[in-house]
Design a protein around this ligand. Sequence first.
Ligand code: SF4
Length: 606
Amino acid sequence: MAAQCRHYAMCKIGYLETGLCPAGVEKPYVSYFPQGRMDLCHALSKDLLEITPALVDIVRSCTLCGVCDLQCHFVTGMRPMKVMRELKEYVEALIAEGGEVADIAEDEPLKRLRAIVGPDWATNDPAILLTYSDDPFPLAGPRMPRYVVLPGSRDEVAAVVSLANALGLPFAIRGNGGSVFGFVFTDGIVLDMNRMKRIEIDAGNWSASVEPGVTSFELQKEAFGRGFRVNTAEPAATVCGNIVCTGTFSTWSNVYGTAADGFIDMEFVDRSGKVFRLNDKSSPNVFAFEKDVLPSPGICTKAVVKLQPVTDDEEGILVPFEDFGEAVRFARDLGRRRIGLAVAVLGSHYIANFLSPSKDLANRLKKALPDVLGINYAVFIVGDRFARDSIRKMAGTVIDSRLLRTLMLGLPKLLDGDWLDLVRSFEGGRPPYEVLTRPEIRPLLEAALSPSPETIAGSVDEDLRNLYAELYARPEMTDMVWLNMFRIVSARMSRNKHMFAFLIYVPLDGGKIIDEIISGFARIAEGQGLEHDYGFLTPMDFGKRAILEYDYYIDHTDEAEKAKIGRAMVEIDPWLEGLSEKHKGVLFLKYVFSQGCSRKENFLYR
Ligand code: SF4
């Protein structure tokens, strides 16, 4: 289990409002959070770590409070308390048996780093370094840094960079420690931004200023509490990190935009330690885009981002489709007509995993959606009441927020054979999902599914059922707007295996190129025997372009699977390159990586 930690850092945010690891809050090195403890346990099991002062401190700081068990189970299905207990018992037993605690000497560079950030916030203890040395990315090996530093201010960042240059040490930046692509490793200094967490909301100016340790979840919570929304990405990812890396794309990007659309100004420390702001005319031009893999403009130390308005009549709605092309055309039409806020075309894999609190339920739902209900795809939209009226007129059949709540809370019973047989018997030449949406069926549905927090909680381990029932009693846990805005269920995609996501910008005016990309990814995955599935498609710039995600799933601890993805990449790179040369608007996200501050027009309309 320890080796299976996905590093999505969901244990580093209080996304269930059930508390946060107290040890991690006190000392925000990733090593003190459950994620770091999983890595430490795995390293000890492989004899890769001696007993060090930090290891003893980390182990003893765990109160076995149990907070991480529910947090991790909610998205991955794992129960990390077993690991936390084992880790504690194992290290304590080693010490009791006379195991020596290694003396980790402070060398000269560390002394100078500590002079900048304070004695607690720079270390060379291997127990801490190890948790900054690797991630589940299958195509790179571990790299142990020499130092980990947690700066507390922009000036400290600049001073650490200047010192690193003076010492000739390379450095890497880590936002929230949720690393999955092998980009945040170095054999020099890792700067972890987790102490820089200030948020300032300027409601009158529709803006929020954030430091680089602020996560999407934290900013969204703050903004939402003040009646706003921010276009953010994965909840545990940092806001600054996401802008710099990918430009932040989300289901809201159709109307809120992406890349330079999202921010008003940003502050950086460059590689020489000099501070600059993007709105200063003498600053480097990061708004242009170059189709190349480039380094980031520097270390972002502040971003001033846009706040978006929220109306009190927003709701989510799902429009089911049997055919992918029809779903894409519908999403594009919404964009052209400027209807709705968030828009995405989801497949049965995503829908099933988002809605299901257990792996078993997700697998059964994934099968039942197309086989029984005829739902191969659904266009998900958030809209106000005017948008929803239009969507109903355009689509005919919709799953509204009330029906989705019923289906979600009654999911275990929906998948009962009897009820599904009943749906089959209603068909009459129409798609079976239409049966579910008929008003006259609602009372029957309510009676058959007994939708309740207790019903859905019945699908998880017995000892977790009360906690799940409490969670699902909260209205936001079945509210499509809230769930989409905070994105807390998206990490469920990797419940079976670690996800290797491919993201491609595509034109939305002709379906053929999208079909070609999807079938290409499927063909390459099949050729290597890799699990794979369509992810999602989100219109961009009011339906003129879109971003498409296709996912491969791998066990990152399995050498054979690593080799398979390595061989797949050899095919994928030139194939996508060829498509990009041939078709306007096709661009692999890897080129936008680190150019997330650029104007979207410069890469969407090359
Ligand atoms: S059990 Fe230990 S690791 Fe888990 S949240 Fe509590 S203190 Fe943190």
